[in-house]
Write a protein that binds this ligand. Sequence first.
Ligand code: UGA
Length: 459
Amino acid sequence: MAQEPDDRVICVIGAGYVGLVTAAGLAELGREVRVVEIDPERRAAVSAGLTPIYEPGLDVMLEAVVASGRLRAVEAMDEGVTGAGIVIVAVGTPPTRDGEADLTQVREAVDEAVRHAAPGTVIAIKSTVPPGTTRALQRGSSRDDLAFVMFPEFLREGSALEDLRRPSRVVVGGEDAAAVSRVAALLGGPDTTRLLCDSVSAELIKYGSNAFLATKISFINEMAQLCELTGADIEEVSDGMGLDPRIGRSFLSAGLGWGGSCFPKDVRALETSAGYHGQSFWLLKAAIEVNTQQRRRFTAKLVHGLGGSLEGRRVAILGLAFKPFTDDMRQAPAVEVVRQLEDLGAEIVATDPVAIDRARPLLPRTSLVADPYEALTGADAVGIVTDWPEYRDLDWGRALGLMKGRLVVDGRNYLDGEVIAGHGGIYLSMGRRPRGPGAPLPGAAAEAGSRAVPSVPLG
Ligand code: UGA
């Protein structure tokens, strides 16, 4: 006999990145949370209060909520769902070969959850799903005593706890107004903006947000290329454009482009989804293409800067994670860039403060070392791939002294080019003015670089 659903008890299905952070956050806010996780190692880690993923602050938070008894990892769905007022589905929606979101895990989780859910339970879909999915799941469940809502998440890796504690907005979409309000009450405080809407709109708010931000980055990356061709400086252009409050400075940082577990997958899924409805979403196709080109442009700068060939050259790569403050290597630009450089004959020595273990299986040919100075020793050139603060704060006098060559290619526009030039380095970036003795004249860099775009298959 199922217990009455109680909103003080929350079941989260999936202890992946989103599920775990959400579960820990809700437990911190005082709810009793059960996380259903099928992977025994992951479950054991959570039960011991240890985080299986790297996220600043999550270790402390998880330890506290597990010790207090408010968060529990369970294997069986009935144990997780029974008595819970709200069941949050936070399983993966990885891309299929065609770029669609693969809903297998979502369907399985929902099928099992509805078998154990008492009447009145809300099933909240937190996984990122294409428009219409939440409604289809409800129809497919053949339970009209349960409410289904879409509850998109906007957490950023590296600052997820802050985003959870102080969300920029809480969006919940569904056809049952009471259920929508119950879910909307889970996060945020009295001042939090809550947007309650239908489930299809909530699904598109999630995709649209990620796709818009990714497009904004691709736009500024195209501008960065134009800056190189014309002799302008992208930092000044981004700052100037960003001063317009309608534009804003965030996500206007040019560089190697977007990676990670969300933007690449979601932009493609939205574009594919639009295609199913007969729409060619040209802007997204272009954003994806620009993003691919950014990696090649970076590689081309190294090729050109080293005289046109990487054969027998040693290149140090600083940073592997797709962005700082995470060890996530999913769709990390480093993987493409390192493979391109290796295919062109370079020997790569790469480093990262936290992502080396995750990078190892992806980069079997690459030497991975923990110490950046070791990576730099004897290198003909160095490429900055992730904007970790420790790389900006390196003793660049010492670093350049250890290197054989002087070329520094900053894929994140993150270092102080004057400092590099002051130590005799040649500083190239993604749209900033080149610096240092022998650096190409403003306006010449990209022109020369684009001639050196490697023609090897990149993948
Ligand atoms: C992104 C969104 O920002 C979150 O709101 C969303 O919840 C999340 O996806 C998700 O769907 O789960 P995240 O993938 O953690 O979060 O990373 P971002 O901080 O958004 O950065 C994405 C990529 O864009 C990174 O590779 C970053 O280096 C790049 N980026 C970001 C730029 O190249 N330039 C910028 O100006 C900003």
